[in-house]
Structures are given as structure tokens and as C-alpha cells.
Design a protein around this ligand. Sequence first.
Ligand code: GDP
Ligand code: MG
Length: 301
Amino acid sequence: MPPPTESQFRCGFVALVGRPNVGKSTLLNALVGSKLAIVSPKPQTTRTRLLGIRTLPQAQLVFVDTPGIHTHSGSLLNRRMVEIAFNALAETDVTALLVDVERGITPADQELARRLGEGTTPVVGVVNKIDRVAKPRLLPVLEQLASLLPEREVVPVSALTGENLSELVPIIVGLLPMSPALYSDDELTDQSERTIAQEIVREQVFLQTQQEIPYATTVIVEEFTEKPEKRVLFLRAVIMVERPSQRAIIIGERGARLKQIGQAARLQLEAFFGYRVFLELFVKVSKGWTNNPRLLKEFGL
Ligand code: GDP
Ligand code: MG
């Protein structure tokens, strides 16, 4: 087959939106084929806008993972996250609205669908987590979402198993504008490797703390030194928390939890970068950073 001419090529931004925990980050990782975004059973672990790029022979899809859009917003950090989510929508060519089939269509999903339906951006409905339910439970959710998004396609998928993603991708491609590629075909994300390292460590903090370690956690990578000839990476990272009690939780008894966090993060980092990784972790208390505009700016939020 001859390669498509430039005028047939499609490219654009595809926002993944939906309530926290519906599987946006999992879907982004599955569609890009590489683990870029934090996935966690705790809601709101995705804090900033993250791009994931998938290049096909005839199209380039630039997925935008957004923090979950939610209405109650307390701290400045929460409000910034919602702002980031809505800003992402404004710059989008296609919006994929995700719902969780197990939870069913909630009032928040209906509200989101209504807002998206009023806009001019093409929307595709995605019913995720179909691996969790039998067909009879899937069908009414598909119908409900279809009635909320008239004349739009609604696709059932499992971001976790990859089921039906091969149906979803061409539907999205069909909605993209004609445009040459925006990124080179070997790029997977716009994030720096340092940011990805930060997110990998932060993910382990979330996963390994049973107690409520809230979103008041950030990770700063202070040193990121590559030795390509030896395929080794040295990382020094600081986990920032708000209170001494949180510091104690993360460190654990005789440092046991911090050690677990470090080991698990190191394995993930090695898998991502393909290097041996030496990771030093520290925990620091910085009171009130989630409400401090200067500190938020410093962390890129
Ligand atoms: P987000 O908040 O929308 O980004 O959701 P995440 O991608 O972080 O996923 C939230 C939780 O749902 C995680 O525990 C995921 O492993 C899980 N999850 C996501 N997609 C699927 C799916 O298709 N099937 C199942 N069974 N679990 C999923
Ligand atoms: Mg997420």
C-alpha cells in the first residue's frame, strides 16, 4: 500500500475526560502502549495535563489525560486541577467521555455529557471496564450513554485488558481534522523524563500507603544523572508532605515503608528507562504547600 499523502493524514488532540477513577489514565497508557500516567485505585492521582502520543500510518492521536473533573473543590490545589481539566477541553479536537460500566451512569456523568453535548467539539462515548460485568449489565449502560450523546458513537472497552480498543481507535481517527503530524513518530509524550520519574515515585507513595495520604504529596527529583555508557541512572527524590504525621506514615516502622516505596519505584523506573536505577528517597515536611501559590508554581501546577 502506498503511504498516505500528506493531505490524507489526520492529527489532533483527544481529551480523555470523566469522573475520577473511570480509567482515563489506564486508557491513555493502553492506547499509547507505554505506561506514562499514574494509575491508582485512589481518585485524583493524575494531577497535571499529560500528553500521550500514538502515531499510525494515516494518523497521529495526541491523547490528553486530565485530572478527574469533579465539582466539590476545596483547596487551591483542587481548584487548579479542575481548571487544568477544563482548559484541556478548550484546546481539544475530539473528546472521549469515559464512564465506568460497573458504577453505571451517575448524575455527574450526565452533567458532563450535557456540557460536552452543548459544545461543538466531536464527542465519543466510552463505556470502560467491560471486563468487570456480564453482557446483560453492559447493554443498559451503553443505551443510557447513547441517549445522553445522541448521534455520537458509544464504544464499550476494557482499558485494562485492551478489549475493543481496536474499535475505538478508528472511530477517534475518523473524527480528527486533516492535519500533518505535530510530533515526530517516535515520541510518546511531551513530559520530561524527570517528570515521569516524579510521577512513578508518586504513584508508589499512593499505592503503598493504606492510610489516607492525601493529594498533599508531591515528589521533586533533585538529581537525575544518566550514565548512558553504563546504562545507569542516578535519582535523588524528595517526597513532600504537609504534616509530620504524614512523614511518619510514609517512612513506616524503622523505615520499612519508605524502603518498599523505593524498591517498587525502582523496578518501575528500570522498566520505563531500560537502565539500572539507583534511587535515593527522602521525606520532607513543608507545611501548607497545597495552598501556597508560590510553591504550586514551583512544582509546575
Ligand atoms: P482515572 O482516575 O480515570 O485516571 O482512573 P485510573 O486509570 O487511575 O483507574 C482507576 C482504577 O480503575 C485503577 O485501579 C485501574 O486499574 C482500574 N481500571 C481502569 N480501567 C479498567 C478496566 O478496563 N477494567 C478494570 N477491571 N479496571 C480498570
Ligand atoms: Mg488518572
